[in-house]
Design a protein around this ligand. Structure first.
Ligand code: ADP
Length: 169
């Protein structure tokens, strides 16, 4: 069985992440979405909440599961029986980072391959940090993240209407 590992912070998951996960799921038998605990990055959502949001929007996908990890990515790949790390690529800045990470991982584990999936044009600008910034200033993020994620963000920051900013009516 071909298993792909899709790692990230997912703080929170966006429609751009989901696009990469679902496209990967159509090419592999199984996808394990690996959520980095990353406490040093001071995430907005704790790892349990990030997993809950992913599980909610991937509930219908039988061949996708989300798990937390707090170890080397190659060790996580071995744990789930995967030799394929799949990352999304939005811009040149993503490329530099992903290129360096893939070389590190290759140096430690030659049998594990990194695959880079080009972001879909409609999501190339979308990032979790951008989403958090928009919503923190009262902007609307409808259509950019799954509904359950938007609801949790509005709960934390107040919705676009509450903040009196440029949200959709
Ligand atoms: P972010 O950079 O949004 O904080 P993560 O660290 O959770 O995201 O990233 C996990 C993976 O998802 C990375 O490979 C990243 O390049 C990819 N990714 C994030 N946003 C998108 C997007 N809009 N389109 C395609 N891939 C993306």
């Amino acid at each position: 069985m071909k298993v792909a590992l899709c790692p990230g912070s997912f703080d929170p998951v966006t429609n751009g992440h989901l696009d990469v996960i679902l496209r990967t799921a159509s090419q592999f038998d199984k996808v394990v979405v690996a959520v980095a605990a990353n406490p040093e990055k001071l995430p907005l959502f704790d790892v349990e909440e990030r997993l809950e949001m992913l599980n909610e929007c991937l509930a219908e996908k039988d061949n996708v599961e989300a798990v937390a990890f707090d170890c080397l990515l190659i060790d996580m790949a071995r744990q789930v029986g995967s030799t394929a790390i799949v990352k999304g690529l939005r811009a040149m800045s993503d490329f530099e980072f992903e290129f360096q990470m893939s070389q590190f991982n290759r140096q430690m584990a030659e049998d594990i391959e990194t695959f880079l999936v080009m972001a879909s044009p409609e999501y190339t600008y979308l990032s979790s940090s951008g989403i958090k910034e928009v919503v923190s200033y009262g902007g609307s993020i409808d259509g950019l993240v799954p509904e359950g994620v938007a609801r949790r963000l509005y709960d934390k920051f107040g919705g676009p209407a509450a903040a009196g900013a440029s949200g959709k009516e």
